[in-house]
Ligand binder design. Sequence first.
Ligand SMILES: NC(=O)c1ccc[n+]([C@@H]2O[C@H](COP(=O)([O-])OP(=O)(O)OC[C@H]3O[C@@H](n4cnc5c(N)ncnc54)[C@H](O)[C@@H]3O)[C@@H](O)[C@H]2O)c1
Length: 474
Amino acid sequence: MTVTTRTLAAAPSMLGGTIELPAYPCTHSTPRRISPWIGEPGTSGTVAVVGAGKMGLPLCGQFAGHGWRVIAVDIAPAVVDAINAGRSHVDGEPGLDELVARAHADGLLSATLDAAAAAAEADVVVLIVPVMLDDEQQPDYRYMDAAVGSVAPGLHAGSLVVFETTLPVGDTRGRFAPRLEEVTGLRSEESLLVAFSPERLYSGHALANLAQYPKLVGGLGEESRRRAAAFYGSVLDAPVVAMSSAEAAEFSKLADTTYRDVNIALANEYARYADRVGVDVQEVIAAANSQPYSHIHQPGIGVGGHCIPVYPHFLLSRAPEMELVAVSRRVNDGQIGIAIKALQKELGSLDGVDVLVLGLTYRDGVKELAYSRALPLIERLTFHGATVWACDPLLSPAEVERCAARPWTWGEPSPAKAMITQTADPLFRTIDWAWLPDLRVVYDGRNSLRTVALPESLAYHGAGVPAALRAGAR
Ligand SMILES: NC(=O)c1ccc[n+]([C@@H]2O[C@H](COP(=O)([O-])OP(=O)(O)OC[C@H]3O[C@@H](n4cnc5c(N)ncnc54)[C@H](O)[C@@H]3O)[C@@H](O)[C@H]2O)c1
């Protein structure tokens, strides 16, 4: 493993456990544009970014910001049109609007629907289209297969193709490189360079994270590895970690995300036990984490989003013997059942009961419903006969209805007898209980209301936070 060293005023702790890492400063000078680009330090070329979505567009801005000519490729005409007008179509990503506008004004960023034409012009092709799960929890390659098929006819001798989308271990070499070779007639490591470099950014912090997180790169061989590391070294300020293989880089991303899922499952089991013994799990976790080798995450109503609930299944698709990983998925998905049982404990049957769900996106502050636990929560409540109302400050009433819930307008009177917070949006802490005169029970799915004062008559359940121990609540 080779790590390009970059200096920081304060070195981050290698023990991890913090998301507040300092940013590496930019030490690049203006690069010399050359064609073809062959990885020489101080030079830049043309890069095609295939999939200009929430992750792809920040990458376009970052690459252009470091002097590369960027061609964004997308199948959505609205995305292409927005970029060609110098506009970001991605909300909630600080700095992105300005970066896209500047890159476009400088003539460094354009967009197209024509992937093959972009690949023909590019020295580097970065693929960042989603790979999700199908109904059997197996990787669903439909977008990536299509993207690979669309760029392949444009590739040429010397092209570097980098997969940034998270993939099961072995897919770069075993699934995609053979397809690229078949269509192009080029041989990997001889005339075609293929690498994997996982995207590790946190939605809403993408540009900041690009300057904070080391970039992992693994090639199919030495030349792919060297060229891919040179590319990222030229466009990123954070260190580049050139790993021994594409498989090691693929595995690293799955290891990181699955660790978090397993860790959260452990926190959820601690929370269940804490409920049973009448202890505040958050007090326990904070105390345990005061020892520097303990990094216990937070319990809650479940894990959502594109990454954490998905990638353990990528591992399991190739390594079904990983029992801990499978059990952790079940524990985390089972948290919805714990929330429903808490309501039933107070109300008995939920048949005909109005239940209000606050927060539908997979987490607060990110308008993304992918794998949000709100969706199965609503389904399960409805199955139990409840009438489900919902409110999310990031969603319109029509979007709430598409989640199979009745929209509740913040501040209006509500008939709800039960309420569940599914995200920790700070707005929910400002609730006025007078709006919900019939409310009898709250399940605090993210433990975010634990210090909010409650009416005496209201039963409170948190994830491992016994009502009696809520800090200064009543
Ligand atoms: N969203 C996150 O928080 C996050 C974080 C880290 C890593 N990632 C990685 O990034 C990948 C992409 O996630 P995202 O959030 O950017 O997705 P997204 O849905 O926001 O964007 C995907 C884009 O790809 C386009 N697209 C789909 N098929 C295409 C094709 N064949 N050719 C060209 N464009 C195509 C879509 O139109 C869309 O604009 C994920 O699968 C994951 O591996 C995502």
